[in-house]
Design a protein around this ligand. Structure first.
Ligand SMILES: *[C@@H]1O[C@H](CO)[C@@H](O)[C@H](O)[C@H]1NC(C)=O
Ligand SMILES: *[C@@H]1O[C@H](CO)[C@@H](O)[C@H](O)[C@H]1NC(C)=O
Ligand SMILES: *[C@@H]1O[C@H](CO)[C@@H](O)[C@H](O)[C@H]1NC(C)=O
Ligand SMILES: *[C@@H]1O[C@H](CO)[C@@H](O)[C@H](O)[C@H]1NC(C)=O
Length: 597
């Protein structure tokens, strides 16, 4: 071994020993004594006292209040009661760490009453963009009361109740007298998962829906198909997955699978918005549907490769009509995501039939007009199914005529503020995902701040970032000079705190009127699948996505990174305890470590 390496190993060992000792005594003591409670995302208003109650697994119950509009026939709530009861008491069984309530000396909490106040509990319905998720929770003797106008608010309140429960020094399940009054800041709080680049087994999707509920996310944006594979089984066009999936039955979501995802999500107050992205990102569609994609030409002969969906054939629109009719029936949500991003025009340009069509339509050489022509017809087809739609920002940028209730998703890092201004000025709702592409592990700080710098700023790229070329491209695209040292910081081996940048980004921090800002309905964290499958999905997403969760749920003023860190560390431990392998934020430990079981 090299002398210098030996030396640094020694130094490293020394540091680890010292810091471990310190951390152990410091956190160890702190953990025993005080706030075992960490609420995440932080409620809008809450007040806690030092009066404590004990909960006994054999005496405590979650029940329907007498005057609730939901009763035991509401399976959604029954299911949630069981889930949260298990979260509260599972450790009793798993770790035998708890003692039961001492009837004599402890103040006891025996009941949580759940009261749905509006006549329609929405028990058998689906959550929507208009859903009221507010709730009030009062933890007091002899019963705690959770009030919400419908089941969706009750679900959020049950999660908060479970987060208030902790074990005291003797391992007794405890809760403090507390009042909570809570509602989300944004109505759309999403996570995008990509099941095309890699197939994600159902189990992983369901586990992440559970993690989403724990973080009060309410939209699963299912980027279900793309160039690489078509795992969605269509009853109308079974060849799409038969030929377009990685494997025709092991790598496919059957109608029963899709139903299960939708129901599992519904039981947690989560909408499932499927994305069928066209006319680009469709290579896999072409395998099972002849004549759907544009044949590319090399000179005057077809080259044998295919481009985006062929926009000049009537058969294309017949196909889309049947296909989206099925989709609109399979997915109950009022919205479908129609994609529309990153259309490569080179194949269209090479094709003589398309050139002819361009002339006939008077489009000149402007292929974005052809794209708009296609999208326009597609939107009319989807509109006829009575669904609303989301689109990626290019569709708006290209001037396509959109329905008033269209949601435009801003994802490009370039000029985010201006884009948000433009979209909202035109009166459209928007969601932001640009700062939340969590598939990039930028081991550094908040790249958002690059966009707040003066135009003549030189950005020195130095953070730990395996994807630094991408970073350089982003910065130069935004008009800044740049210089690089990322690959040359040879001392750094540490992973970073990039959740902080994620946490600081705010969807409403652009220059716009109050009306414009109101049109920002939320945001979503995206985990694209190029380098992600079941092996690394959950730890890569959590707890980094939790930072987004708090940004989208809690009040705008909740942005202190240090206090967030303290709570987030505990929130992560809670996720471990609930079986979710969320990766560590930094050095430390959890009372119950994840053991892979
Ligand atoms: C709960 O009550 C205990 C005991 O009185 C107190 O030490 C603790 O700070 C309280 N926790 C919160 C979050 O108020
Ligand atoms: C496509 O449909 C339009 C109107 O529906 C019709 O006028 C046109 O002839 C059709 N084109 C072909 C090639 O069938
Ligand atoms: C916003 O609109 C203005 C005025 O139409 C235009 O000049 C600008 O390029 C647009 N910005 C973006 C990011 O699309
Ligand atoms: C914000 O927009 C207003 C109106 O478009 C403009 O007058 C103002 O200079 C802008 N402020 C900043 C900081 O860009």
């Amino acid at each position: 071994m090299h002398a210098q390496t030996l030396l640094s190993c020694g130094l490293l060992l020394f540091l680890v020993t010292v810091s471990n000792g310190w951390l152990f005594s410091h956190f160890g003591k702190k953990y025993q004594e005080t706030d075992d409670v960490s609420l995440w995302p932080l409620p809008q208003k809450y007040q806690t006292t030092t009066t404590t109650f004990k909960l006994g697994a054999s005496s405590f119950q979650i029940v329907h209040a007498k005057d609730s509009s939901a009763g035991p026939s509401c399976s959604l709530l029954q299911n949630a009661f069981r889930r949260y009861f298990n979260y509260i008491f599972d450790n009793v069984k798993k770790h035998r760490a708890n003692r039961d309530v001492d009837q004599e000396s402890d103040l006891q909490l025996t009941e949580l009453q759940v009261q749905i106040t509006s006549p329609d509990s929405e028990c058998d319905g689906y959550p929507s963009l208009k859903t009221d998720e507010s709730y009030r929770l009062s933890v007091d003797q002899p019963t705690a009361v959770l009030k919400a106008s419908n089941v969706w608010g009750a679900l959020r309140g049950l999660e908060t109740f479970s987060q208030l429960v902790y074990e005291d020094n003797n391992g007794a399940v405890t809760i403090n007298k507390t009042d909570v009054s809570d509602f989300p800041r944004f109505a759309y709080r999403g996570i995008l998962l990509d099941t095309s680049r890699h197939f994600l087994p159902l189990k992983v999707i369901l586990a992440n829906l559970e993690a989403m509920a724990i973080n009060k996310f309410n939209v699963f944006h299912w980027h279900i198909v793309d160039d690489h594979s078509f795992p969605f089984f269509s009853r109308t066009f079974p060849d799409l997955s038969q030929r377009g999936a990685y494997h025709p039955y092991t790598h496919v979501y059957t109608p029963a699978d899709v139903k299960m995802v939708i129901e599992f999500a519904r039981l947690r107050g989560i909408r499932v918005i499927a994305e069928f992205d066209t006319p680009g990102h469709t290579q896999s569609w072409g395998k099972g549907q002849a004549n759907l994609l544009t044949p590319c030409y090399s000179g005057s002969t077809p080259s044998g490769t295919f481009g985006p969906v062929n926009p000049i054939l009537n058969s294309t629109y017949d196909f889309m009509t049947s296909f989206f009719k099925e989709i609109s029936e399979v997915f109950p949500d009022a919205y479908i995501h129609l994609g529309g991003d990153e259309v490569d025009f080179s194949c269209w340009k090479s094709n003589p039939d398309i050139q002819k069509f361009m002339v006939e339509q008077g489009f000149g050489q402007d292929y974005s007009k052809l794209e708009s022509y296609y999208i326009q017809r597609l939107l009319d087809i989807v509109k006829a199914t009575n669904k609303g739609y989301l689109v990626w920002q290019e569709v708006f940028d290209n001037g396509v005529k959109l329905k008033a209730d269209t949601v435009v998703e801003v994802w490009m890092n370039n000029k985010v503020d201006q884009e948000l201004q433009n979209v909202t000025k035109a009166g459209f709702s928007t969601i932001l995902s640009a700062p939340w592409y969590l598939d990039y592990i930028s081991y550094g700080q908040d790249w958002q701040k690059y966009y707040k710098l003066n135009a003549d700023t030189q950005v020195h790229v130095w953070k730990e970032n395996p994807d630094y070329k991408h970073e350089m491209a982003k910065i130069t695209a935004a008009g800044f000079h740049t210089l690089l040292s990322t690959p040359w910081y040879l001392n750094r081996i540490s992973y970073g705190q990039d959740w902080q940048g994620v946490y600081k980004a705010d969807p409403q921090s652009f220059n716009g009127t109050a009306e414009q800002k109101k049109l920002v309905i939320g945001g979503e964290a995206c985990l694209w699948g190029e380098y992600v499958d079941a092996t690394n999905l959950t730890p890569r997403l959590w707890p980094r996505a939790s930072a987004v969760a708090e940004r989208l749920w809690s009040d705008e003023s909740v942005k202190d990174v240090e206090s967030a860190y303290t709570r987030l560390v505990k929130h992560r431990c809670r996720m471990l305890r609930r079986g979710i392998p969320a990766e560590p934020l930094f050095v430390g430990f959890c009372p119950y470590e994840y053991d892979g079981l």
